[in-house]
Write a protein that binds this ligand. Structure first.
Ligand code: AMP
Length: 210
């Protein structure tokens, strides 16, 4: 049983694949972005602390994110998809030393052209009630404005999916991720997927490894 570590720029399709792996293969999805957004939604002290940083597209402190991650996982019980963590080399090392501690894991890199991502992300809509992800161009809900999964009409654009913030988030991602990819490559734990392929092709490629 190998845990999966999803690495990909915002909008590269990690969330969509994670949802399928949860539904069809029983994996658990843990997204540090979702955990942080839920703290903001709850209005917790931690949420108040991170809101401004997240709205700007910058990264929240490593220490805070690892504490939140540790508090929300149980490696003995479940096979996880880590999504949005690690974002830098220090986080990759922390994940191995303090979380996985030798449990097998494969890093899955969603490789995609950065220019295309801006278009994907500005058209992304998320269901505020169940988290389902849509795209106004490539993956529209069956009924306009209504979530296929839960029927909610709360399909919203994330605050950090606005164009100027997106550009910053992509830059932040690119600057930090190269050493992370090298880290997993050197350890022989990196799987590269072409994120421009169809949802099914990508799913089958990842599913063949678990
Ligand atoms: P995401 O949903 O993964 O795109 O994350 C949204 C935002 O949450 C990022 O722009 C960061 O501000 C913050 N965030 C999520 N994961 C991390 C992480 N591993 N380290 C630091 N900040 C993070």
């Amino acid at each position: 049983m190998t845990h999966l570590i999803f690495i990909g720029a915002p909008g590269s399709g990690k969330g969509t694949q994670a949802a399928r792996l949860v539904a069809e293969k029983g994996l658990k999805h843990i997204s540090t972005g979702d955990l942080l957004r839920s703290e903001i939604a709850k209005g917790s002290e931690l949420g108040k602390e991170v809101k401004a940083v997240m709205d700007s597209g910058a990264l929240v402190s490593d220490n805070l994110v690892i504490r939140l991650l540790q508090a929300n996982i149980d490696l003995q019980k479940s096979q996880y998809i880590f999504d949005g963590y690690p974002r830098n080399i220090a986080q990759a090392e922390t994940l191995d030393k303090e979380v996985l501690k030798g449990s097998p894991s494969t890093a899955v890199f969603f490789d995609i052209d950065m220019e295309r991502l801006v278009a994907r992300l500005t058209n992304r809509r998320t269901c505020k009630d169940c988290g389902a992800i849509y795209n106004l161009i490539s993956k529209t809900p069956k009924i306009t404005g209504v979530c296929d999964k839960c029927g909610s009409t709360n399909l919203v654009q994330r605050a950090d999916d606005k164009e100027d913030v997106i550009k910053n988030r992509l830059q932040v991602f690119q600057d930090a991720i190269t050493p992370v990819l090298k880290y997993y490559q050197d350890l022989g734990r990196l799987m590269r997927v072409d994120a421009e392929k169809t949802e099914d092709e990508i799913f089958n490629q990842i599913a063949s490894k678990i």
